[in-house]
Design a protein around this ligand. Structure first.
Ligand SMILES: NC(=O)c1ccc[n+]([C@@H]2O[C@H](COP(=O)([O-])OP(=O)(O)OC[C@H]3O[C@@H](n4cnc5c(N)ncnc54)[C@H](OP(=O)(O)O)[C@@H]3O)[C@@H](O)[C@H]2O)c1
Length: 310
């Protein structure tokens, strides 16, 4: 089968021909139709998980995907051949990813049935970013009467977090350049802050209830978190929160490591079907264009999600 992989940590991703994996006991083989691109994919290619999990090379990239179950191994009970599924397929060994025509995963993985109403491209854009958004909103208790600042609102995680926080009744202040502002306002943001004009912390009054920041370095995160009132919460997806320093101001700092769960995927798909969650697919690309797509995502200038169509 065709796949996009790196031959070693830090190498450039390239299109490769590899044997099609077959399912063992407890595993499902999925014929992928679409794979979502995440910044995490590039970090894995650089060796982020080295030492934490076993790896296999050539390391096929990608964790998010959607497709159809092609075969199942002995003892599989959750899925049957012909069933459409989507989810986060990240599992050990790292290197058997979704930038490929087929993937084999344990059936216990964070995958779930894909409802007929949701196209594969849309489903593949949801898992990692959507589950992170849901997890963070639960942590900050976004709801009526709460003001939440979302930094990085125009990307994958931020687009979902903005919509889900606004739908939960929170007042959302979101970062966006003028080119993306209309989309973020449509998502229910009450106010837009242009992060390219001036530091966010200079543009937002102190006293917010929560900060969700998916892009800032430690210094900028600390400045943004200084806007959070005592008793509030400041969350980062890039592990830069000084939890002890924040605790001294009675702010709960969280370095989130979002756990993937099938029930979260079901919630995301239900929101898409209900029309309450728009999935901004910025680009659909063929597999041989995946290396370039990943390079663009790694530059940090996403305006929605990029999806590989297989
Ligand atoms: N820890 C976890 O569990 C977890 C889970 C999911 C994701 N993550 C991480 O979270 C980060 C974000 O993921 P993602 O999928 O949302 O990324 P993404 O889709 O690439 O989006 C990043 C967005 O941030 C914006 N941005 C860049 N610099 C900014 C700044 N200084 N201020 C405000 N906005 C800025 C970019 O838009 P502009 O061009 O308009 O600036 C872009 O839209 C990644 O590092 C990812 O690996 C972690």
């Amino acid at each position: 089968m065709r796949a996009v992989a790196v031959s070693s940590f830090g190498a450039s991703p390239e299109l490769v021909e590899v044997p099609t994996p077959t399912p063992g006991p407890g595993e499902v083989q999925v014929r992928l139709e679409a794979a979502g691109v995440n910044p995490f994919d590039g970090k894995v290619a650089d060796g982020m998980m080295e030492g934490a999990m076993p790896h296999t090379f050539p390391l096929i990239l990608g964790v998010d995907g959607a497709g159809t179950v092609a075969a199942v191994g002995d003892g599989v009970t959750r899925f049957s051949p012909g069933e459409r599924v989507f989810g986060q397929f990240f599992h050990a060994p790292v290197g058997t990813g979704t930038y490929a025509e087929y993937i084999v995963v344990p059936e216990s993985q964070a995958i779930t049935t894909l409802p007929a109403e949701v196209p594969a491209v849309v489903a593949a854009a949801l898992p990692t970013a959507g589950m992170a958004a849901l997890t963070m909103l639960e942590e900050v208790g976004a709801g009526p009467g709460k003001t939440v600042l979302i930094v990085g609102a125009t990307g994958g995680v931020g687009s979902f977090a903005t919509q889900l926080a606004a739908a939960a009744g929170a007042r959302v202040i979101a970062t966006a350049t003028p080119a993306a502002a209309e989309r973020i306002l449509r998502y229910g943001a009450a106010e837009i802050v242009d992060h390219q004009q001036a530091p966010v912390a200079d543009q937002v009054p102190a006293g917010i209830d929560a900060l969700i920041d998916v892009v800032s370095d430690a210094g900028t995160f600390a400045a943004n978190a200084a806007l959070v009132r005592p008793g509030g919460t400041a969350v980062t997806t890039v592990f830069v929160a000084d939890v002890d320093a924040l605790a001294k101001r009675d702010v709960r700092g969280i370095n989130i490591n979002a756990k993937a769960r099938p029930h979260l995927l079901d919630r995301l798909a239900a929101a898409v079907i209900a029309g309450t969650l728009e999935v901004p697919v910025e680009a659909e690309v063929p597999l041989d264009a995946a290396p370039d797509a990943l390079t663009r995502i790694r530059a940090g200038r996403a305006n929605g999600k990029t999806v590989i169509v297989l």
